[in-house]
Design a protein around this ligand. Structure first.
Ligand code: GAL
Length: 380
């Protein structure tokens, strides 16, 4: 018994020492390792943040060592914080399926850019993500939906789908309903280089009408009136769709529109400030960074006006060597943080996070400037 007591007190002393070894953070250090409460670099890539009951919930892709880490070997990782600098590891909230290789989320699938919303009507937490079932590379272009009773999970995978099967967008044109050119059927496109003809002359929308529209890079947005939207790169990544969700957030409502045709916008992020909507997206160059684009609108269904690259200064043409994933509204303020990933496809677990203050001025110009180190007082 005495030895047991000694052992326990040594264990407690050791744990205390471990905790105090990690000083509390009070700054953002873009591009550096970002240590969680256990002293490990945060593992939540392509992530998004939900603010719920005064706590920030950061959901992202859990990556592992080596190139295999570009596929989902584990699932979606959650961290929580109340101050945005210090994050607590809450573990995996959506697990890939290790037992059923026929599951769409079987271990080894591609599961990217998870985003979570809280539905006030159903009291459920709903997660959407980009999903490519195992061994299909990026050809399926599906979106996945999962649900939980708690922001801490566990999330239960419900379904995967192609959005808006058999439904035309609000801004469909007559030619979409005509015959689809033959060459269109063969296209497998990851970027502008493989689509020499304008997307509308190829009629990719018409091609996919019956099977549902492609959905790769994506984000979710909940508006002030509780209506939610999914924004996703569609039509072989060439065109962004904005699609309203059903009231329970588990399906699409059937109301959607296509924007930025043939602009190949990926990594969509969106916020609303003083009644105006802003989008920041990337170009389409895989893991390699490119220049961001921005756009604004008075209505989520447009018209959207492109505003150009919001980044200024050195490395503005590569979004400071990163690609956006989310725009975070700081609680109880009108201040916004642009969150991006500095990917490392050769060893994805080492990918870094680039968080920068987003400056939206009264005349609606939108700017991102590099900061080596900063804190929330920058907004004062
Ligand atoms: C990027 C995309 C990432 C991932 C990657 C794969 O453009 O934003 O989420 O899909 O391509 O090459």
């Amino acid at each position: 018994m005495r030895y047991l007591l000694i052992f326990c007190s040594l264990l407690i002393a050791n744990c205390k020492e471990k905790d105090s070894r990690f000083e509390k953070l009070s700054t953002f250090n873009p591009g550096q390792d970002w240590l969680d409460n256990r002293g490990k670099h945060i593992n939540a890539h392509g992530g998004g943040i939900l603010l719920h009951d005064n706590t920030y919930f950061w959901y992202g892709e859990h990556k592992i060592e080596g190139k295999i880490g570009n596929t989902a070997q584990v699932g979606v990782h959650l961290y929580t914080s109340t101050d945005l600098y210090n994050w607590r590891d809450e573990g995996i909230v959506l697990q890939v399926d290790e037992t059923n290789s026929n599951s769409d989320i079987s271990k080894g699938c591609i599961l990217e850019r998870p985003k979570v919303l809280f539905n006030d009507k159903t009291n459920k937490f709903v997660m959407w993500f980009h999903l490519e079932p195992k061994n299909q590379n990026y050809s399926s272009a599906l979106t996945g939906v999962a649900i939980s009773n708690s922001p801490r999970g566990p999330f239960r995978f419900i379904k995967s789908l192609r959005p808006n099967k058999g439904v035309w967008p609000l801004n469909v044109k007559k030619f979409h309903k005509k015959k689809v050119p033959k060459i269109t059927k063969k296209i497998y496109c990851g970027g502008p280089e493989c689509m020499p003809h304008h997307v509308d002359s190829l009629n990719i929308l018409g091609r996919d009408f019956e099977i549902g529209q492609m959905s790769r890079d994506m984000t979710l947005f909940k508006d002030d009136d509780g209506k939610a939207y999914q924004l996703y790169s569609s039509e072989e990544n060439s065109t962004l769709h904005i699609s309203q969700l059903s009231d329970d957030y588990l399906s699409h409502s059937g109301t959607y529109k296509r924007f930025f045709q043939y602009r190949f916008m990926e990594a969509p992020t969106i916020i609303k400030k003083n009644g105006k909507y802003f989008i920041i997206a990337s170009g389409c160059t895989g893991w390699n960074p490119n220049a961001a684009r921005s756009a604004s609108a008075d209505n989520i269904f447009g018209p959207w006006t492109e505003l150009g690259n919001p980044c200024i200064g050195e490395n503005a043409n590569t979004t400071f060597n990163s690609q956006g994933t989310f725009i975070l509204k700081v609680k109880n303020t009108e201040n916004y943080i642009f969150m991006a990933d500095r990917w490392k496809p050769s060893n994805p677990i080492e990918g870094k996070y680039i968080w920068l203050p987003l400056n939206i001025s009264d005349n609606n110009s939108i700017e991102l400037e590099w900061q080596e180190k900063w804190d929330l007082s920058i907004f004062n």
